[in-house]
Design a protein around this ligand. Structure first.
Ligand SMILES: Cc1cc2nc3c(=O)[nH]c(=O)nc-3n(C[C@H](O)[C@H](O)[C@H](O)COP(=O)(O)O)c2cc1C
Length: 232
């Protein structure tokens, strides 16, 4: 698939955009491509918030520290990580499985027993460190998954959400559009603006549009291959 490599190679972080709007169908196709990203246990802990309202957009730009990509992009998307939607999403997975026919034993065991064991951390997450400690202890004797603490779950949900961001940016590139992922933002103001519940955080903002001729600030800088790829 040469187009795939072309999209990967021509995707750059763009920090200055043309004012041209992003057609709704293009944005929708890219959002739908992002929804296909892999996620831990297929729990899809993400939410894309397309910020359209002008007042919300001004506040979002400010939360993004008025970075140039936020200020110039015709579209700004907040990508939110939800730590606590696992139960709802687990139920949806089971519902879809069941609508397709009898649930397999392995599916039932995984989503009804293993997932709650991994994700339940008790009141205030107090059970978390204990679960993590027990996993570490078992691991001294045999391979075991990490029965996670709240902070482990947070990391896991951020990982999956960032994969959706990558899929989104590559899809945009395949459509001839550009993006800038932004981690430089005020997380408290961003959460307030988006009305996020506890356990949800902005993973990153994504400025989206078409690059201007000042959009790419410098040529790529890559670490030497043998620093980042090794075989054991
Ligand atoms: C998670 C993440 C956060 C980033 N945050 C910002 C940011 O706040 N502002 C910015 O200008 N670029 C940001 N970047 C862009 C990186 O600086 C950029 O990806 C890197 O320099 C490599 O350049 P390239 O994307 O053009 O290959 C971020 C990238 C990632 C993946």
């Amino acid at each position: 698939m040469p187009e795939f490599f072309e999209a990967v190679e021509t995707r750059r972080t763009v920090r200055d955009f043309l004012p041209d709007p992003v057609p709704r169908d293009v944005l929708d196709r890219c959002l739908d491509a992002a929804r296909l990203a892999p996620s831990s246990s297929n729990l899809q802990p993400w939410e894309f918030v397309v910020i359209r309202d002008p007042e919300a957009r001004r506040a979002a730009n400010a939360a993004c520290l008025d970075q140039l990509p936020a200020k110039t992009a015709p579209v700004l998307v907040a990508l939110v990580m939800h730590r606590d939607t696992w139960r709802r999403n687990r139920d949806e997975i089971l519902r879809v499985f069941e609508s397709r026919g009898p649930l397999r034993k392995s599916q039932a065991a995984y989503y009804r027993k293993i997932i709650p064991a991994i994700y339940t951390t008790g009141p205030f997450g107090l059970l978390g460190p204990l679960k993590r400690g027990v996993s570490r202890l078992i691991s001294l004797f045999r391979p075991t998954p990490n029965f996670m603490s709240r902070s482990d779950i947070r990391v896991m949900a951020h990982k999956s959400t960032a994969l959706a961001a990558a899929a989104f940016m590559l899809a945009l590139r395949a459509e001839g559009y550009d993006s800038c992922p932004m981690e430089g933002f005020d997380p408290w103001r961003a959460a307030k603006l988006l009305g996020l519940p506890r356990g949800a955080e902005v993973n990153m903002f994504l400025a989206v549009g078409k690059r201007s001729d000042r959009g790419v600030w410098w040529d790529r800088v890559l670490m030497p291959r043998d620093w980042v790829v090794r075989e054991l």
